[in-house]
Write a protein that binds this ligand. Structure first.
Ligand code: PHE
Length: 350
């Protein structure tokens, strides 16, 4: 059994009836691809239905009437496709508007505020305390010469602190400064006394454990003038430490040694955690070492062109990271440099 193919239309009325079929297909179009498929099926230049009908003209009886009917069909399909195109475009515009629409009832997004790093907070606090005492803030380079970092600070050539155990040397003979004390030298070479400077900065040493990081921060203080005595150093440090911690903080000076100060001392404060009673943090001693200090050695003054018979001075240096750990209760120095947002937020200025 074979199915007969439908006989091709031969009369204008048959052509006109196809319009209903085209209308239905076009009305069902819902996207661009569907629209294009319908267009090709009906008015495609090579094989569309209109093309097929035009090819029939030589074979039908009423060529003129048939041809006009095909033209009307073509025009009708074109008009319907144009209308469908406009309908799709309108739907696309509406979708775009919906996407771009702003919901004015949504609450605003909160932009998280930045915070000052704990070490920098402490540094600024200390600078402020000393600026109020008449000091000016000075800075120096982190890549330093042996001359400024050691020699002019009266370190003998074979001093163990020059050892590669402690110092990072550069290939050109320079080094990463191991303390902020070279800025004492730079200050005295650049300015005449009387001078009072406070010097914050990064310093570097071969050291890495729970309490030590190869990069850490110090603040250096230097005062040089006529008539400065050890009691000025003691009074200055007490005033400073009472401001930085609390007025009840006990301050104790122990004799010590630094090549660039004579006499030298190390300064302890009563443990801020147990207030001097003794706890694990202060190894049950009740005290914590907080800074090194002393009277500027006359040889250092002379090396910088400052007359040691006329001028005296004191200097001190302290580690900022230590102070930040105490103030913010941070148990491990590495936490300070990992930039964990939780720590920064906890210590952040609100
Ligand atoms: N530069 C010393 C250190 O890094 C600290 C210090 C500074 C001591 C000034 C005395 C005077 O340990």
């Amino acid at each position: 059994m074979s199915s007969e193919p439908a006989a091709p239309p031969a009369h204008p009325e048959e052509v006109a009836r196809l319009a209903g079929e085209a209308d239905a297909e076009i009305a069902a179009v819902s996207d661009r691809r569907g629209w294009e498929a319908v267009r090709i099926r009906w008015i495609g230049r090579r094989e569309g239905r209109v093309r097929e009908l035009l090819d029939l003209i030589p074979r039908v009886a009423d060529k003129r009437g048939f041809g006009q009917a095909v033209n009307r069909l073509k025009e009708r399909v074109e008009a319907a496709l144009a209308a469908a195109d406009e309908r799709l475009a309108a739907a696309e515009r509406a979708a775009q508007r919906r996407e771009a629409a702003v919901d004015v009832t949504l609450p605003g997004r909160r932009v998280p505020g930045g915070a000052i790093h704990p070490v920098i907070q402490i540094s600024r606090e200390i600078e402020e305390i000393f600026v109020r005492l008449g000091y000016t803030v000075a800075e120096g380079p982190e890549v330093e010469s042996d001359r400024y970092n050691f020699e002019l600070l009266n370190f003998p050539p074979d001093h163990p602190a020059r050892d590669t155990q402690d110092t990072f040397f550069l290939e050109d003979g320079r080094l990463l400064r191991t303390h902020t004390s070279p800025v004492q030298i730079r200050t005295m070479l650049a300015r005449r006394p009387p001078l009072r400077v406070i010097i914050p900065g990064r310093v570097y040493r071969h050291d890495n454990d729970l309490r030590h990081s190869p990069m850490f921060h110090q603040v250096e203080g230097l005062a040089v003038a006529e008539g400065i005595r050890f009691s000025d150093l003691k009074g200055t440090l007490e005033a400073f430490l009472h401001r930085l911690f609390s007025p009840e903080t006990g301050v104790r000076l122990r004799p010590s040694f630094f090549p660039f100060t004579e006499p030298s001392c190390e300064v302890d404060i009563t443990c801020p955690f147990c207030r001097g009673k003794g706890c694990a943090t202060c190894s049950e001693t009740g005290w914590m070492e907080i800074l090194g200090a002393g009277m500027v050695d006359p040889r250092v003054l002379a090396g910088c062109g400052v007359d040691p018979d006329r001028y005296t001075g004191f200097a001190f240096g302290l580690g900022l990271d230590r102070v930040a750990m105490i103030r913010f209760g941070i148990p491990n120095i590495r936490l300070l440099f990992e930039n964990d947002e939780r720590l920064l937020r906890q210590a952040g200025i609100r």
